[in-house]
Design a protein around this ligand. Structure first.
Ligand code: NAD
Ligand code: LMR
Length: 334
């Protein structure tokens, strides 16, 4: 039995993500929560002939408590998206408070659930969730994840385009590490499971790296004020949730990049800090998932000189983003 919950379920990401989770045969109960429209979304999805029982809740009548009770996996895409000209950090003002309040609900009503944070800026919202959980005495670093899967999905797609064979996209694996915004997104293209063609020189490699780092901007620009990536994000979020659910049910050997706390308790976190040469609290690294969440945090492996520079460039912005999230909660009364 797996109960998955989506907080922000009526939104651009929330609805298609809820659809994909409803289509996942491993999900037996699907709880939907938003400040608007969840009864309608839940009624609609409930007619689909898959196992999950669907319930929709709104804030009145303890909706958050009801939806979270019994949750195994909580996915959070609640919050505002970017418009052209904005950075993800510009969303902090509004989204930080939304995430703080929802995380407070999760800490109270589903403290053992796996929490998958999609809302931007991920580099700051994950530290917010962590600090809220600490304040409630329920922090378990193995169960809080920033979802960076869209960067991995984009890298696979763009490499397949360069290879000239999109049919390879689902099987191409490129580790993307660091964080989830601009220079903090670090694709390790030298480790692509399908090597880049020899025609890709340093200039082309830099262009491809830039496209992966700023793929979100491409969508924001094309949507022209109507928001940011929703459908590709729903695909990526459902894919990551499926990895977490499979690991929860005992499947072994699942390794995926995700933004996690580099705690001493999680095997590999301290080693990764040493490798980075920095006392960072969070980093997106390849993580082996297990039934209790993070089983081990992996090394970044052998990096090229160019990739080493990308990692170095990511660290100062990551530090600032992480600190901003931590300080926000340190200064709030929960
Ligand atoms: N991690 C990633 O790779 C990634 C990718 C794309 C988008 N995002 C982020 O995901 C977030 C959502 O994007 P979207 O396009 O779905 O936005 P959206 O505006 O379409 O949907 C957001 C939903 O959140 C709901 N919401 C707002 N406050 C809430 C609260 N307190 N409780 C519950 N629900 C609440 C809104 O009612 C809305 O339905 C944004 O912050 C966006 O930047 C992250
Ligand atoms: O770009 C955005 O603001 C949304 C998301 O983080 C993305 O990478 O598409």
């Amino acid at each position: 039995m797996v109960k998955a919950v989506v907080l922000g379920a009526a939104g651009g990401i929330g609805q298609p993500l809820a659809l994909l989770l409803k289509a996942n045969p491993l999900v037996t109960e699907l709880g939907l929560y938003d400040i608007v429209n969840t009864p309608g979304v839940a009624a609609d999805l409930s007619h689909i002939s898959t196992p999950a029982k669907v319930v929709g809740h709104l804030p009145p009548d303890d909706g958050l408590a009801k939806v979270l009770t019994g949750a195994d996996v909580v996915v959070i895409p609640a919050g505002v998206p970017r418009k052209p000209g904005m950075t993800r950090d510009d969303l902090f003002k509004i989204n930080a408070g939304i995430i703080r309040d929802l995380a407070t609900g999760v800490a109270k009503y589903a403290p053992n659930a796996f929490v998958l944070v999609i809302s931007n800026p991920v580099n700051s919202t994950v530290p917010i969730v962590t600090e809220v959980f600490k304040q409630h005495g329920v922090f378990n670093p193995k169960r809080i994840f920033g979802v960076t899967t869209l960067d991995v999905v984009r890298a696979s797609t763009f490499v397949a385009e360069i290879v000239g064979d999109l049919s390879k996209a689902p099987s191409i694996k490129v580790p993307v590490v660091g964080g989830h915004s601009g220079v903090t997104i670090v694709p390790l293209l030298s480790q692509s499971s399908t090597p880049l063609p020899s025609s890709v020189d340093q200039g082309a490699l830099e262009k491809l790296t830039y496209r992966i780092q700023y793929g979100g901007d491409e969508v924001v620009k094309a949507k022209d004020g109507a928001g940011s990536a929703t459908l590709s994000m729903a695909y990526a979020g459902a894919d990551f949730a499926n990895s977490v659910i499979k690991a929860l049910k005992g499947e072994s050997g699942i390794v995926v990049p995700t933004f996690v706390h580099l705690t001493a308790d999680a095997a590999g976190g301290e080693a990764l800090k040493k490798e980075l040469g920095k006392e960072l609290d969070f980093f997106s690294a390849p993580v082996e998932l297990g039934p209790d969440g993070v089983k081990s945090i992996k090394s970044l492996g052998k990096l090229t000189d160019y990739e080493k520079k990308l990692v170095e460039a990511a660290i100062p912005e990551l530090e600032t983003n992480i600190e901003k999230g931590i300080t926000f909660i340190a200064g709030s009364k929960l």
